[in-house]
Ligand binder design. Structure first.
Ligand code: MRU
Length: 339
């Protein structure tokens, strides 16, 4: 199947031998501009500033940051720590850096680290295709889906997690209606998911986040399909702020709730969602829209950018290893910690 038939043509993280090219997600959809990172510090800033975002993509970018540091002869232990601190919630960042650290400790040189980063990126793309097939198989023909945030090619090595399921479901003719929530405050749904869907020829409708429950009641969606930043050992899922309220509304309306994430997002060392650090970002992201202040001067805001959906509200967690229906600690352990 060609990339085009798969509705998949975007690659936002591109390695060029001694420079990391990142499609600047702060500027989409108005502008398709690329940022060139030549140092690990530059990659760290690009992750913190959301030039590159989405759990798998920030892990991949950080791995390339380590390669840049090795190429320029930097001391690698402080670089690993600096990159690790770029964002707190998505465990893929820590996972990728731990994997690079293991190679460094085994004596890998810059060339070997470059091969490792490429494997991390390639494995993510392969996982996404596998999850696309597994997740789409759960969806009945003629269904409608609602997604949140951006979980597509922009957020991964390519194809996407939840958006990969949507790509596969549309290609297979199972999904007939796609809705994307705006995802305030940073508008990943409006600015990024709609850009990807239009770019790759998937018809979709944008909704205000506050329209989700009304949409569910209308009967137009049978599944909510989202990604994850960290999945705890009991199946609780941290994802973009607003995911939790979608899960509550979905359960109320008999709409099913699917979380799609590679095994690199699973953190069996975190017992439950309560132990996941939720990133707090600059209140100005909420007090403005697209750089234009919308709230009276002197007003303040509370801006957590992730929330935790309890496992009890989730119908299926889809990873490249398989599907866990009605996740709980025992089912998670059976798939991710079978010893
Ligand atoms: O703040 P962001 O844009 O990095 O948040 C992204 C999300 O919450 C995604 O849903 C998650 O990382 C999965 S991306 C495949």
């Amino acid at each position: 199947m060609t990339a085009l038939a798969d509705h998949d043509s975007i690659r936002a993280v591109q390695w060029r031998g001694d420079v990391l090219r990142l499609l600047d997600q702060r500027r989409l959809p108005a502008e398709e501009s690329w940022l060139e990172c030549r140092t690990a510090a530059h990659v760290r800033d690009a992750i913190a500033d959301l030039v590159v975002r989405g759990a798998p993509a920030i892990g991949i970018a950080a791995a390339w940051g380590v390669v840049l540091a090795a190429q320029t002869g930097e001391a690698l232990t402080p670089v690993l720590e600096h990159l690790r601190a770029a964002r707190p919630t998505a465990v893929n960042l820590m996972w990728a850096l731990d994997r690079m650290r293991a190679r460094i400790e085994a004596g890998a040189d810059a060339e070997a680290l470059q091969r490792e980063a490429q494997v991390i990126q390639d494995e993510d793309l392969a996982a996404n295709h596998r999850m696309g097939a597994l997740g789409a198989a759960l969806i009945d023909a003629g269904s409608g889906v609602l997604t949140h945030c951006n979980t597509g090619s922009l957020a991964t090595a390519g194809y996407g997690t939840a958006l990969g399921v949507i790509r596969a479901g549309v290609a297979e003719g199972r999904i007939e209606r796609v809705f994307a929530g705006e995802t305030r405050p940073w508008l990943q749904g409006a600015r990024l998911t709609m850009w990807e869907l239009v770019h790759d020829g998937i018809p979709a409708k944008l909704i205000a986040d506050s329209a989700a429950a009304h949409l569910m009641r209308s009967g137009q969606v049978q599944w909510v399909v989202i990604g994850a930043d960290r999945i705890a050992a009991n199946g609780d899922v941290a994802n973009k702020i607003g995911s939790y309220q979608l899960a509550i509304a979905a359960r109320h309306h008999g709409v099913k709730f699917m979380v799609v994430a590679p095994s690199t997002t699973v953190d069996m060392a975190t017992p439950s969602g309560e132990a996941i650090e939720i990133e707090m970002r600059d209140p100005n992201e909420l007090l403005s829209i697209a750089g234009v202040r919308t709230v009276i001067d002197g007003a303040s805001a509370w801006n957590p950018v992730f929330d935790v959906t309890p496992a009890s509200l989730i119908d299926a967690i889809v990873t490249e290893r398989g599907v866990i229906e009605r996740p709980d600690a025992e089912r998670m352990r059976a798939m991710f910690d079978p010893s």
